[in-house]
Ligand binder design. Structure first.
Ligand SMILES: Cc1cc2nc3c(=O)[nH]c(=O)nc-3n(C[C@H](O)[C@H](O)[C@H](O)COP(=O)(O)OP(=O)(O)OC[C@H]3O[C@@H](n4cnc5c(N)ncnc54)[C@H](O)[C@@H]3O)c2cc1C
Length: 560
């Protein structure tokens, strides 16, 4: 309980009369925090806090890295910016040592401020100072974040494109130098690497490596690539929305949890420029932001998340997970398949040669500036194609959606089709298919055929982005895990119906044909392929895994 004497010791409230102090004392929550515990998260709802004991630090996430940007001592406030401006918390506040804080909810603060206008004036003054004073939020936001790496490589070198995409997807800030740019040597700080050594990466204050493998890049940047143990309660394969949601739930339940991801956290969703239908984000959220928050949450709760590691094989009987590129074998009590789907590849003349040189399956938002002023093409008619068109339209000269069907409205959400119609530099060519790609060093033109007239036309193209659907990549799973005829993993009642279940008990809703191995998200045989469903299934799968493990423990105890 916060006493009226303690309230009087907070400078802003010192002049309050006894009745108002009493009112605040009744309304305020008394929070005890252990070191590292957050009183308010960045992006959290507004409230006013005062430090009663200990020390609180203000923390801002910049490029995925937490930076301490201020501190508060007993008698000082935090939360005055969101309270004064009616916004969410622009920075988080966590205990630097064992601390006690009081929290006043916005309506209680406003009730006191209505009676004592001097308090509102003082809070407004403090908020202005926090924004613009020395070390204020304005200064932090204006400070350019230092890049963590410098990459030298040619625009149309597919390995350089892969390296840049990898850095983007892992939210690593980097400077990309084109070897023929006039100031490249100056920015690099010496003579540039030979063409044969490109791409070369230099980690700022670290090593320089020519033509590195992605795993080596991850190691150079300190991204985790090695498991810290050999045995886990739950091994999760894939760090898309399903895998990350599962990691959050498993770790928060105290289970020893590891996620193995072959590329970067976020999965397909991590490449989406704007997800509009995920609950709780009224203005949409970029896949990158969603992935970064989920990753942070999973790690904070104690899950290990490895990147650049693929699962090559599972031994279903021994419950072993074999990682590619080494002898690493992990033993798991329960396994979750959250490995999603991968872009379908087109077999069209010129494509294989030009992938990474102007042709790309999917797209990262960071690729948009490379299309500045160019005429780019998008193949696909689903929402992901529509989102990409909207995004590229802000950079490219024109965006043409090549759609095999009769109209976009048939396959795209109405809100997105309506948004596309408002952009003068976006057009759709219906009943149109790409039949060839041309270019020497990079993509220069496309041949497209009109399905109605059978006429083929050549279009100049500065970039082609393919959003043509995806398939489950489950060929590596052991034969004991039953699949549907398209390669998606069967679960729950579908497993029994297909004759792949022999136990007396029913399989759990998300359990595969092997007990204790679960599947969630896009890899699962189900017509729903969405971020929200992947998140929901990932969370549910952990609840089922928990029940499975509990029953198994009971059986083992009974046998002993
Ligand atoms: C461009 C785009 C835009 C989209 N927009 C929306 C939207 O606005 N709203 C919406 O609801 N949905 C959207 N979706 C669909 C949504 O992103 C997916 O339904 C969702 O990401 C599925 O999540 P998941 O975790 O099941 O699989 P994925 O996101 O596919 O993640 C699976 C992960 O597993 C990894 N992996 C695969 N195999 C292995 C292996 N053997 N070893 C280790 N790791 C492995 C992959 O690298 C990947 O990171 C979009 C999809 C795309 C591509």
């Amino acid at each position: 309980m916060v006493t009226t004497d303690e309230i009087a010791r907070i400078s802003v409230f010192a002049a309050l009369g006894p009745a108002e102090r009493e009112r605040l004392s009744r309304a305020a929550a008394d929070l005890s925090l252990v070191p590292g515990e957050y009183a308010a998260d960045e992006g959290g709802e507004r409230a006013l806090f005062a430090v009663l004991e200990g020390r609180i630090e203000a923390v801002k996430l910049v490029d995925g890295i937490e930076r301490v940007v201020g501190e508060r001592r007993p008698g000082e406030l935090f939360g005055e910016v969101p309270i004064a401006l009616g916004t969410v918390f622009p920075v988080g506040f966590r205990a630097a040592e064992t601390s006690r804080v009081m929290r006043v909810e916005a309506p209680d603060y406003h009730a006191v401020a209505a009676v004592e206008p001097d308090i509102a004036r003082e809070i407004g003054r403090l908020a202005r100072h926090r924004m613009s004073g020395s070390g204020g939020l304005q200064g932090i936001a204006a400070e350019p974040p230092p890049p963590r790496a410098i990459v030298v490589g040619h625009r149309w070198d597919a390995s350089c494109a892969e390296l840049r995409r990898f850095l983007d997807r892992n939210q690593i800030t980097f400077t990309w130098l084109l070897p023929d740019a006039p100031d490249a040597a100056e920015q690099w700080g010496g003579s540039l690497p030979d063409d044969g050594d490109c791409p070369t990466i230099r980690v700022v204050d670290g090593k320089t490596v020519a033509r590195p493998e992605l795993r080596r890049v991850a190691e150079l940047l300190g991204l985790p690539t090695e498991a810290t143990a050999a045995k886990y309660d739950v091994v999760i394969i894939g760090a898309g929305p399903a895998g990350l949601a599962a990691a959050v739930h498993a770790a928060s339940e105290g289970r020893r949890t590891i996620v193995i991801e072959r590329a970067a956290p976020g999965g397909q969703a991590g490449t989406s420029s704007r997800i509009e239908n995920y609950l709780g984000f009224p203005n949409g959220v970029s896949g990158e932001a969603l992935a970064s928050r989920a990753l942070q949450q999973a790690r904070r709760l104690g899950a290990e998340i490895l990147v650049t590691r693929s699962v090559a094989r599972i031994d279903a009987t021994a419950r072993q997970v074999h990682l590619e590129g080494g002898d690493d074998v992990l033993y798991a009590d329960a396994i979750l398949l959250a490995c999603g789907v991968a872009w379908r590849q087109l077999s069209i003349p010129g494509f294989d040669r030009l992938v990474g040189k102007g042709i790309s399956y999917g797209a990262m938002p960071s690729e948009a500036p490379n299309t500045h002023g160019l005429d780019v093409h998008i193949v696909g008619a689903g929402n992901s194609a529509g989102q990409a068109a909207m995004f590229f339209a802000g950079h490219a000269g024109s965006v043409t959606i090549l759609c095999r069907g009769e109209s976009l409205e048939k396959s795209m959400s109405r809100y997105l089709a309506d948004q596309l119609a408002t952009r003068p530099n976006i057009r759709a060519m219906n009943r149109t298919e790409v039949v060839a790609a041309h270019g020497e060093l990079s993509l220069e033109a496309l041949d497209v055929r009109n399905g109605a007239t059978d006429e083929t036309t050549r279009l100049e193209s500065g970039g082609l982005f393919l959003f043509i659907g995806a398939d489950a990549e489950t060929g590596w799973l052991p034969p004991e895990i039953a699949l549907d005829r398209h390669g998606y993993v069967l679960t729950g009642s579908d497993v029994r119906a297909a004759g792949h279940w022999e136990l007396e008990r029913d399989p759990y809703l998300l359990e595969t044909s092997v007990q204790g191995i679960f599947a969630a998200g896009d890899v699962r045989s189900s017509p729903v392929k969405r971020v929200a469903s992947a998140v929901g299934e990932g969370s549910m799968a952990i609840a089922f895994a928990g029940q499975y493990l509990k029953n198994r423990e009971t059986e083992l105890t009974a046998q002993a």
